[in-house]
Design a protein around this ligand. Structure first.
Ligand code: NAD
Ligand code: UDX
Length: 480
């Protein structure tokens, strides 16, 4: 029986291994992590992450060919194939701080593999890493090898949160990069056989190591660039009276461009896009390519601009101050159908409004109060560095309260900001909400989820990203 061990029981390691266990009953899968609380949650009825369909798969396989454990060394020693799916956050200190990937967690995993291994291993990079990381990992492993042979493969993960199980069941492609030697090709085939249990062969792409590593960074950069492109256009739409939904529809009808991933928003969030583009920028700079670095940097700059622009729109519309006013924040997760808040645009928007002394009442379908308070008291990039983190302040951010539902959050508010596109925000009783708000009552829709015309008929002043401005907003100072 082939044994797989995955180091890192996070958003990628957990669902990916659960699907491998489900689709490959002949493979024994152990998912290990240094975080005892995370492993305990994987072994409980309350999994540490929320993904549609994940609970059922874990229930079906756990205790059969899927196990979650903190016995990292034992399971690594026993495995034939080791996936490394640890976090690779942006460095917060030292050389490359604010841009380069922090490979501390990866390096410690590699050193541990070298320490405990007693048989030959295939080591698979599942984490997103800078191009050429496999070379560094190879050096750590071979210089500490005690005669054991290692093959390093790059097998980046393309799942998106909220649709992880769907994406894993039916991936657009599985990418496997390896050395162009006979041993390298043999290792590629071994991993290919695992995926071939459910992925059609023509969707399994094999490349050299560096192409696989770079393709992951490139794919995320292209996706994020699409959002920054549509968001940049949304600002021009507001200035000219064009409508971003109509423009995106017309542009996306070109089969060379395609209709997906063209929704204007308050900005993209999530643990990957910003981190991976900053990493790409750093790699370009290190390779003497400043023009290429600057090109990709713009994607992040437009995203920051979009979040600032939203905050400025809120403040300028509400008579240039939100000091002491209650603003309801509907949605805190970085997208719908997930409880993940990593790099959510809501953090920057909330901090911007708090900077103008607003009182925030936040409601999200999935995110807990503790998480919100922690996110709002943390510094940029600190969230993915557990070793640097202080526990969240017990008092929390004083101007922030967390509500149980949208009606409580909006009661007595002067304005509403919609920051996540949760479906339930489309069907709220906005008549009831209007009745319990201060007047004039504002809605700032950062995800274009509400029917602005209907809300205007109720009496709201409505701002929707990239849509023609109503008369009130046109009369207010210009927003940049
Ligand atoms: P995560 O933070 O949810 O999980 C990483 C886990 O690794 C944590 O539980 C941590 O405790 C554990 N860990 C760290 N060092 C360890 C060690 N030495 N030994 C054992 N466990 C260790 O991260 P994630 O979101 O699952 O992302 C993992 C990687 O996958 C990152 O490189 C990320 O860029 C990439 N990725 C993420 C997504 C996504 O949607 N989240 C998608 C594609 C790729
Ligand atoms: C992304 C990539 O899609 C995935 O392939 C990769 O493996 C990890 O990074 P994820 O961050 O989970 O996945 O979600 P995604 O659906 O890509 O959304 C990222 C952000 O962009 C979210 O904040 C989302 O709301 C925003 N977005 C997405 C838009 O603003 N407009 C869009 O049209 C699409």
């Amino acid at each position: 029986m082939v044994k797989i061990c995955c180091i890192g029981a996070g958003y990628v390691g957990g669902p990916t291994m659960a699907v491998i266990a489900l689709k490959c009953p002949a493979i024994e899968v152990a998912v290990v992590d240094i975080s005892a609380s995370r492993i305990a949650a994987w072994n409980s009825d309350q999994l540490p992450i929320y993904e549609a369909g994940l609970d059922e798969i874990v229930k079906q396989c756990r205790g059969k060919n899927l196990l979650f454990s903190t016995a990292v060394e034992k399971h690594v020693a026993e495995a034939d194939i080791i996936f490394v799916s640890v976090n690779t956050p942006t460095k917060t200190r030292g050389l490359g701080a604010g841009k380069a990937a922090d490979l501390t967690y990866w390096e410690s995993a590699a050193r541990m593999i070298a320490d405990v291994s007693k048989s030959n291993k295939i080591v698979v990079e599942k984490s997103t890493v800078p191009v050429k990381t496999a070379e560094a990992i190879e050096k750590i492993l071979t210089h500490n090898s005690k005669g054991i042979k290692y093959q390093i493969l790059s097998n980046p993960e393309f799942l998106a949160e909220g649709t992880a199980i769907e994406d894993l069941f039916n991936p657009d492609r599985v990418l496997i990069g390896g050395r162009e030697t006979a041993e390298g090709q043999k290792a590629i085939q071994a991993l290919k056989q695992v995926y071939a249990n459910w992925v059609p062969e023509d969707r399994i792409i094999t490349t050299n190591l560096w192409s696989a590593e770079l393709s992951k960074l490139a794919a995320n950069a292209f996706l994020a660039q699409r959002i920054s492109s549509v968001n940049a256009m949304s600002a021009l739409c507001e200035a000219t009276g064009a409508n971003i939904s109509q423009v995106a529809h017309a542009v996306g009808k070109d089969s060379r461009i395609g209709p997906k991933f063209l929704n204007a928003s308050v900005g993209f969030g999530g643990s990957c896009f910003q981190k991976d583009i900053l990493n790409l920028v750093y790699i370009c700079e290190c390779n003497g390519l400043p023009e290429v670095a600057n090109y990709w940097k713009q994607v992040i700059q437009v995203n920051d601009y979009q979040k600032n622009r939203f905050v400025n729109r809120v403040v300028s519309s509400m008579f240039n101050t939100v000091s002491g006013k209650k603003i309801a924040i509907l949605g805190f997760a970085f997208k719908k159908d997930t409880g993940d808040t990593r790099e959510t645009p809501a953090i920057d928007v909330c901090k911007g409004l708090l900077g103008d002394k607003a009182h925030l009442s936040i409601y999200d379908v999935q995110v807990t109060e503790e998480q919100i308070q922690r996110d709002l008291s943390m510094n940029k990039f600190d969230w993915d560095h557990p070793i640097h983190l202080q526990p969240a302040s017990p008092i929390g951010v004083k101007q922030v309260s967390v509500a149980w539902d949208a009606y409580e959050a909006t009661k007595g508010a002067h304005g509403i900001c919609i920051l996540t596109e949760w479906d339930e925000f489309k069907t709220l009783d906005y008549n009831k909400i209007f009745d319990h708000m201060h007047k004039p009552a504002f809605v700032f829709d950062g995800r274009n989820v509400v029917d602005a015309e209907k809300l205007r008929q109720i009496g709201f002043i409505v701002y929707s990203i990239g849509k023609p401005l109503d008369a009130w907003l046109k009369d207010m100072p210009a927003v940049t």
